[in-house]
Write a protein that binds this ligand. Structure first.
Ligand code: ABN
Length: 173
């Protein structure tokens, strides 16, 4: 009888061990998969990636502090280069709007037309420096994504408009 007791005890312990290890491995696997999937499924701000997608300086002529700079052909706002930011990054303490309007500007260096997004930087206060209004390829307000008279911060966390960055999204074909 003792022999049978021992046998059953050992085998049930073994089953319990294997089952819990499997469960642990299963949970670990799920965690790995979930961890890898999180950046894909969550609405994470990827503006910084877009901001990094810049044209090389050699093919980017002109002065970004001047309203005449080629990328500003469809801008209506304050230049972030005068507000503590750059052509592609918002001043500290402000965030780029995710919704934006776009324009098409010709780069004099290569004669190509580029699609530019004009993201408003939101937060802090109005920068009020280097106002620049050029409306090439702007369309009426009923086509809001091609209109530059919109405060795109209205769709952001802070509704305060600070300045506008200009991001190259691609070559227009
Ligand atoms: N998108 C620039 C802007 C901001 C506020 C008001 C008008 C235009």
């Amino acid at each position: 009888m003792k022999f049978l007791d021992n046998l059953f005890e050992r085998s049930s312990r073994q089953v319990a061990n294997v089952t819990s290890r499997r469960k642990l491995l299963g949970r670990f696997g799920s965690l790995l998969v979930a961890g890898a999937a999180l950046p894909i499924i969550l609405p994470i701000d990827r503006t910084s990636k877009a901001l990094a997608a810049e044209a090389p300086k050699a093919g980017d002529p002109g002065d970004p502090n001047s309203c005449d700079y080629w990328r500003y052909c469809s801008i209506d706002g304050f230049l972030c280069t005068c507000c503590g930011g750059t052509t592609t990054s918002c001043p500290p303490g402000t965030d780029a709007s995710q919704v934006t309007w776009i324009g098409t500007c010709r780069n004099p260096a290569d004669g190509k037309d580029y699609i530019i997004s004009y993201n408003d930087c939101c937060g802090k206060h109005s920068c009020s420096q280097c106002a620049c209004t050029r409306n090439e390829s702007e369309e009426p307000l009923y086509r809001p994504f091609n209109n530059n008279d919109v405060n795109w911060c209205l769709g952001a966390e802070s509704r305060i408009y600070n300045c506008t960055v200009t991001i190259i999204r691609g070559v227009a074909v």
